[in-house]
Write a protein that binds this ligand. Structure first.
Ligand SMILES: Nc1ncnc2c1ncn2[C@@H]1O[C@H](COP(=O)(O)OP(=O)(O)OP(=O)(O)O)[C@@H](O)[C@H]1O
Ligand SMILES: [Mg+2]
Length: 426
């Protein structure tokens, strides 16, 4: 005789419901059509839910989502020792009763063959429809994530940013092999004992492409990109910088996947002065404390960028926190050629690229982008007055180069080489 009791869902059932669902998931071969997060959201926001309890213990649960005359059963979960005892059918009978009152006349369920609930549905008069194919497209962002992401000022970046980065083979390869591949192929990585990175630092002179690489990684993984601006942390925070940082990390934890980018991280993780009143001190400590929690979640990556890795707090750089510390250096001639080519577009065919490459020796990618724009613009302005149909020439770009102050200096390069020696880890 049934010893269970059916009742409404309460918010404090959630933990136990997820545990039960987790058992089912381990026993089922295929992932469920309706992810548990969806079923739980609908359970808490007016979906139709029935739970079964034995004493105080939750042993089963069914969730349905109704719209007009149609409803979908999105979850049937049964505690392991209560399977094959009629509990599934009892839950379904009760959920049907509740749906009927709402005017529902057709109830469907999409289950993998043999999944929990399949037998109960068959015993409850559900007919299978053969020959249908289930089509699904997963946008990486759940509806609940979208609002949260907007709040965090994050967004999903377009595809193809990785491909838009020209040259920089060394950096590209290091980032691809260390970061992108293990995160993009987690199952394979796991099989080979490769642990995907959770946090990395990119360092190098200004304008070498650190931010661009971080965005390109998010674009490759199709993960939302959230940038944390140290300077904006205080706004509206009651407990100061540290509290505001904590709040941000708490919100991030709710996203299914995320790439968190902190630019100019030395602003919040600089060497601590040791003075008790040092305002940066608390926030550095807070960030140090938050990183382990961040590392505990799957599907997230923290990328910190800095022009000045030497000014970071040594505790911050310790291996347990960051998996890799990767230099993003000045472009070599080959990289400069590729970057020139990228910014000149088809016009590059009529240009003596090698002359631009040698004239732009101390240029960063950002400087090249700037000079390329300037050269194109000069040629365009000339044409507006002359109307001679003359294309932009090598001389136009050489003039633009001469007119652009390179970012790189001998001192910056020396320091960068020292930084690689002392801090790079990859
Ligand atoms: N490999 C590249 N190919 C083409 N353009 C690039 C490349 N790297 C950087 N750029 C361009 O250079 C500009 C500066 O790049 P980015 O902002 O990524 O550099 P950064 O290292 O983050 O600089 P900063 O240290 O100042 O933050 C961007 O407009 C970007 O599009
Ligand atoms: Mg940047």
């Amino acid at each position: 005789m049934p010893t269970w009791r059916l009742r409404d869902f309460r918010d404090d059932d959630l933990d136990r419901a997820i545990q039960i669902w987790d058992q089912d998931r381990q026993d089922d071969d295929m992932p469920p059509v309706f992810p548990v997060s969806e079923a739980m959201t609908s359970a808490r926001t007016g979906g139709t839910v029935v739970v079964a309890v034995v004493g105080e213990d939750l042993v089963g649960m069914a969730v349905a989502q109704a719209q007009g005359e149609r409803a979908w059963i999105t979850l049937v979960a049964l505690a392991r020792m209560w399977r094959n005892r009629g509990l599934g059918s009892a839950l379904i009978a009760e959920i049907e009763r509740r749906l009927r009152v709402q005017g529902v006349r057709r109830i469907g369920a999409l289950l993998a063959p043999g999944a929990t609930g399949a037998t109960a549905l068959e015993n409850s008069g559900y007919r299978t429809r053969e020959g249908l194919t289930f089509y699904e497209k997963v946008e990486h962002l759940g509806a609940s994530d979208a609002g949260l992401l907007a709040e965090l000022g994050g967004r999903v970046l377009p595809q193809g940013l990785w491909g838009a980065l020209a040259g920089m083979e060394r950096e590209r390869e290091a980032i691809e092999r260390r970061i992108v591949l293990p995160l993009a192929e987690p199952v394979l990585a796991d099989r080979y004992g490769v642990t995907p990175p959770k946090a990395v630092i990119l360092f190098g002179p200004p304008g070498t492409g650190k931010t661009s690489f971080a965005k390109a990684v998010a674009s490759r993984l199709a993960w939302p990109f959230v940038e944390l601006f140290p300077s904006r942390l205080t706004e509206g925070a009651t407990g100061g910088l540290a509290a505001s940082l904590r709040d941000t990390f708490a919100e991030l934890a709710e996203l299914e996947s995320v790439l968190l980018f902190i630019d100019e991280v030395e602003e919040i993780a600089g060497v601590r002065s040791g003075q008790a009143v040092d305002p940066g001190h608390g926030v550095t400590n807070e960030l140090l404390k938050l990183i382990p929690g961040f590392r505990d979640h799957d599907n997230r990556l923290l990328i910190c960028a800095t022009n000045s890795v030497r000014s970071l707090d040594p505790a911050f750089l310790r291996p347990g926190r960051f998996d890799y510390v990767i230099p993003v250096g000045p472009p070599d001639p080959k990289a400069r050629a590729a970057i020139w080519q990228r910014y000149l577009g088809p016009a590059a065919n009529d240009i003596e690229l090698h002359r631009l490459v040698s004239a732009s020796e101390m240029f960063t990618p950002a400087d090249i982008e700037f000079a390329a724009r300037k050269g194109s613009h000069a040629a365009f302005e000339r044409e507006v007055t002359d109307r001679q149909g003359a294309p932009a020439s090598t001389e136009d770009y050489l003039a633009a180069i001469a007119d652009t102050r390179p970012t790189l200096t001998d001192q910056a390069l020396t320091e960068f080489r020292e930084d690689i020696e002392h801090h790079a880890r990859m």
